[in-house]
Design a protein around this ligand. Structure first.
Ligand code: GLC
Length: 750
C-alpha cells in the first residue's frame, strides 16, 4: 500500500513538474519577444527580477540584477560614479590591475558651462564602464546645491536647475553613447546627508517643480537615462521610493521616462508600496524583499498588471545591456588617453576668481614657495561611493615641478614630512583623520619672512574634503581654521613687504568663506576637486599655458548665514541632538525659502552682498558683448549676441542668458538663467555670434493654485551676462498671449 502511495506521490510530483515545465516553454529572451517571455515566467521568477542580487562578476561593483538562465536572462552589473567608474583596482589571483580614471568631479564639470566638454569626458568614462564589464554607471549625481554644506555637493552640479539639468543630460548622453546605462540620482530632494535615510524634505510644489525636479526633468527629456535612482529620504511625508506621484505620474506620465527606477542601496519596510509606486528594482536586494513581494502578489495586494508592468520594464532594460548582448569586455580601457581627457576637462573648467595687478599668469621660471599640506595631499575627488580607485592622483608639488617651476625645497620637504607624520599617526591610532581640513601645520612668521626673501612668489593651497554620509560644518570647514588664517596673514605681510605676490589655490569640495581674506592675496584659482590630473591643469593655468574660462555654478556668500537655506540646514553637530523624530533640519527639513535659493535670493535682496556671484569667473583676456537681437519664434524666442575678444591673449567666454519675466500674478525672481553658451577659443580681436533658443514652456513659472506652468503675456527682458551680477547687454521682447501647461498635483503630503 505504502509503496503504491509513494509511487503515486512521485508520479503526481512528476506530473506537476511536467505540467509546469509543459506550461513553460523555456523560451530565450530576445529584444522582440519580451511579452512572450513575460507570459512564460513563473511568479517567483518575476519577483526575483524586481530585487537586486549579490555577485562578484566585477569586484567592487555596487550591485547586480538577478540572472534567470532558463530564459536567457543574464545578471547585469551596476557600479558607482560619478567622477569615474568605481570598482576594485586589484583582484584575488590576478596580477592585472583594474584602475579607473579619476575625472573632474561634477561641480568642476559644471564650472565649464560646456555641454560638449562634459559629453567628451563621459564618453571616455562610459568606455571604462563598458570595457570593465559594467552595464550601468550609477550616475550622474544631480541634486541641487540647496546649501553649500551638503557633504555630497562635489558629486552634484549647481544651485541652478537649468545648468544642473543640462550638465546631467550631457553626462548621460556621453556615457550612454557607449551602449551602457546611467542612473540619474538621487530622485528627489536629497539635499543633505544628515539623517539622509529618514529625513523628510518638506517642499512646496512650486519649489519642487521649478528647482528640485526641474533639473531631473531636463536630464530625463534631453539625456534619456536608462535608469533613475529614487533617493533614501522622504518627500512631504512619503519615502520617495514609495511616492507614486513622483515615480509614475510625474516621471513617466508627464516627462515620458521609459526606463527603470531603482532604489538607493537600502531596504525599507515598504517594499510592496515601492513596487506599486513604480520603483521597479529594489537594490541592493535582500531575500526579505522577495518574500514580501511574493506574499503581496499571492494576496493580490500587488496586481498581476502591476507586477507585469515592472517586470516588463526590467526586461526592456536587460535587453539593452552589454551583458545581454554578450559583449566581450577587454578589461583594458585606454587609461593613458583618458588621463589626457581628464586633464583637458579640468583646464577648461577651473575658475579664476581673483587676479589683481595681473599676478597671473606667472612667467614659468619663478622660484615658488608652495605652502599648505594640501599641496602634498591633493584632493582629487571627495569621499564615499563617489570616490574612484585611480592609480595616481597628481599633487601640486609634482605638477608645479613638471610645469617647470623651481620649488623651495625646504618647504617641499617640510610638508612631505608633516604629511608622513600625520598619516603614520593615523595608521597607529587607526583614526581616519577628519579630512575636512587635514590639520594645517604651523609655520613661524620668521620662517615665512625668510622664504619671502628666497622666493619669487607664494602659492598657498587650501584644501577641503567631504562626502557621502555627512554634511560639512561652518566652523573650521566653511570658515578657515585659525592656523590657515594666520598662515595667509603672515604670508601676505611678508611677501607684500618684499613686493612679491601671493596666489591661493582652493582645492575644495564645496563653497568656503572667502570675503574675510581674499583682499590679503593677489590671485585666487578654484579647481574644486579636479580629478587625478587636476593639479597639472592648475599648474598649466598658473603658467599661462591655458587661459582659465570656468565660471561659478553657485554663489559664494560673504557669511554662511546670508544664505536663506542656512536657517534650515544642520550646519553643526549640536543640531543632531534631541528627540528622534522631532529634530528640526534633521528628522524633517522645511524648505521655507521656496524658490529663493542661491542667486534667486541674492538678486532679489540688494542689501545682501555676496563674495562672488553665480556665473562669475575671470580670464587672462577681456570680452565685449555686442548688441543682442531677440526674435519671437513659433514656440518661444531666438536670441543672438556677438562676443569679441578685446584683450591680448586667446580665450573662451561663457555667455549667460537671463530673463526677467512679467509677474503674471506670481512673485518671480529678479532674473533666471534660461540659456547659456561658450565661445570657441577666440584669438585677440576675434568674434563669435552665439544663438540661444528658448521655448515658451521654458520661460514659464509654476503656479501652485492652478497646478500649471504659466508663461505670462507682456514685456520680457533678456540679459546677457558674464555673471548674474555683470550684465553686458540687454534686449526686450513681448509675449503676446499667455500660455499654460497643466500638471498633476501629486507631490504634496498625502
Ligand atoms: C549609496 C549612495 C548612492 C550609490 C549607492 C550604491 O548609498 O547613496 O549614490 O550609488 O549607495 O553604492
Amino acid at each position: 500500500m505504502k509503496r503504491d502511495f509513494i509511487a503515486l506521490l512521485c508520479l503526481s510530483c512528476g506530473l506537476l513538474v511536467a505540467t509546469s515545465s509543459f506550461a513553460q516553454k523555456n523560451i530565450t529572451l530576445r529584444e522582440d519577444n519580451i511579452d512572450d517571455v513575460l507570459k512564460d515566467m513563473t511568479v517567483e521568477e518575476k519577483v526575483t527580477l524586481l530585487v537586486g542580487a549579490s555577485g562578484d562578476l566585477v569586484p567592487g561593483a555596487a550591485g547586480y540584477t538577478h540572472a534567470i538562465p532558463r530564459l536567457g536572462i543574464p545578471m547585469t552589473v551596476l557600479a558607482d560614479g560619478p567622477a569615474g567608474l568605481r570598482i576594485q583596482p586589484k583582484r584575488e589571483g590576478s596580477d592585472q590591475t583594474f584602475y579607473c580614471t579619476g575625472f573632474p568631479t561634477s561641480t568642476l564639470l559644471a564650472s565649464s558651462w560646456d555641454q560638449e566638454l562634459v559629453e567628451t569626458v563621459t564618453t571616455a568614462m562610459g568606455n571604462e564602464v563598458l570595457e570593465y564589464g559594467v552595464d550601468v554607471l550609477l550616475a550622474p549625481g544631480m541634486n541641487l546645491h540647496r546649501n553649500p554644506l551638503c557633504g555630497r555637493n562635489f558629486e552634484y552640479y549647481s544651485e541652478d536647475p537649468l545648468l544642473s539639468g543640462k550638465m546631467a543630460a550631457a553626462y548621460i548622453r556621453g556615457v550612454q553613447s557607449n551602449g551602457v546605462g546611467t542612473s540619474a540620482k538621487h530622485y528627489a530632494a536629497n539635499n543633505q546627508e544628515t539623517n539622509r535615510l529618514e529625513n523628510d524634505a518638506r517642499v512646496s510644489n512650486r519649489a519642487l517643480r521649478e528647482l528640485y525636479l526641474k533639473n531631473f526633468e531636463i536630464a530625463v527629456k534631453e539625456g534619456k537615462p536608462w535608469t533613475v535612482m529614487s533617493s533614501y529620504n522622504k518627500l512631504n511625508g512619503d519615502y520617495t521610493q514609495q511616492k507614486h506621484g513622483l515615480l509614475t505620474t510625474v516621471l513617466r506620465d508627464e516627462w515620458g521616462f521609459d526606463g527603470i527606477v531603482m532604489t538607493d542601496w537600502g531596504v525599507k519596510e515598504g517594499t510592496v508600496k515601492a513596487a506599486k509606486a513604480g520603483n521597479d528594482l529594489m537594490e541592493s536586494g535582500r531575500q526579505v524583499e522577495i518574500d514580501r513581494l511574493l506574499a503581496a502578489v499571492n494576496s493580490g495586494e500587488i496586481t498581476q498588471e502591476e507586477l507585469d508592468r515592472n517586470v516588463r520594464r526590467m526586461l526592456q532594460y536587460i535587453v539593452k545591456t552589454p551583458h545581454f548582448k554578450g559583449y566581450k569586455h577587454s578589461n583594458k580601457p585606454d587609461l593613458k588617453a583618458h588621463a589626457q581627457v581628464a586633464r583637458k576637462a579640468a583646464e577648461e573648467s577651473i575658475i579664476l576668481l581673483r587676479n589683481e595687478y595681473n599676478t597671473l599668469p606667472l612667467k614659468g621660471n619663478e622660484k615658488v614657495a608652495l605652502y599648505g599640506i594640501t599641496s602634498v595631499d591633493f584632493v582629487g575627488i571627495g569621499t564615499g561611493s563617489g570616490e574612484v580607485n585611480t592609480e595616481h592622483i597628481a599633487n601640486m608639488q609634482e605638477a608645479m615641478t613638471a610645469a617647470g617651476f623651481t620649488l623651495d625645497e625646504n618647504l617641499v620637504e617640510y610638508y612631505r614630512s608633516c604629511y608622513a607624520t600625520q598619516t603614520a599617526t593615523e595608521k597607529m591610532e587607526g583614526s581616519a583623520i577628519d579630512k575636512r581640513h587635514r590639520p594645517e601645520p604651523t609655520l613661524s612668521a620668521k620662517a615665512i619672512e625668510r622664504q619671502a626673501k628666497d622666493n619669487d612668489v607664494a602659492v598657498v593651497v587650501i584644501g577641503r574634503i567631504a562626502g557621502e554620509g555627512a554634511d560639512r560644518t561652518v566652523k573650521d570647514d566653511f570658515e578657515l581654521t585659525a592656523i590657515e588664517r594666520e598662515l595667509l596673514q603672515n604670508i601676505s605681510m611678508s611677501y607684500h613687504k618684499e613686493l612679491k605676490q601671493v596666489v591661493v589655490v582652493l582645492n575644495i569640495v564645496g563653497v568656503i568663506e572667502t570675503a574675510s581674506w581674499k583682499h590679503m592675496v593677489d590671485a585666487i584659482v578654484l579647481p574644486w576637486a579636479p580629478g587625478q590630473e587636476g593639479a597639472h591643469a592648475v599648474a598649466d593655468i598658473l603658467k599661462g599655458k591655458v587661459n582659465p574660462s570656468g565660471k561659478l555654478p553657485m554663489t559664494f556668500p560673504i557669511n554662511y548665514m546670508d544664505i536663506l537655506t542656512s536657517y534650515t540646514f544642520p550646519y553643526n553637530w549640536e543640531m543632531t541632538k534631541g528627540k528622534k523624530g522631532e529634530r528640526k533640519n534633521v528628522d524633517y527639513t522645511q524648505y521655507y525659502e521656496g524658490i529663493d535659493v542661491g542667486y534667486r535670493h541674492f538678486q532679489s535682496d540688494p542689501d545682501v552682498e555676496v563674495s562672488y556671484p553665480f556665473g562669475y569667473g575671470l580670464s587672462y583676456t577681456t570680452f565685449a558683448y555686442g548688441k543682442p537681437s531677440v526674435k519671437a519664434t513659433a514656440d518661444g524666442i531666438k536670441a543672438t549676441v556677438t562676443v569679441t575678444n578685446t584683450g591680448k591673449v586667446a580665450g573662451r567666454e561663457v555667455v549667460e542668458m537671463y530673463v526677467s519675466a512679467p509677474a503674471g500674478g506670481l512673485v518671480k525672481p529678479v532674473r533666471e538663467l534660461k540659456a547659456f553658451g561658450k565661445t570657441k577659443l577666440l584669438a585677440p580681436g576675434a568674434s563669435e555670434t552665439l544663438t540661444f533658443e528658448v521655448s515658451a514652456y521654458e520661460l514659464a513659472s509654476f503656479n501652485e493654485k492652478s497646478s500649471a506652468w504659466e508663461t505670462a503675456s507682456g514685456k520680457y527682458e533678456v540679459l546677457f551676462g558674464a555673471s548674474v551680477a555683470d550684465i553686458r547687454a540687454t534686449a526686450t521682447f513681448k509675449m503676446s498671449k499667455e500660455q499654460a501647461w497643466k500638471v498633476h498635483d501629486v507631490l504634496g503630503k498625502k
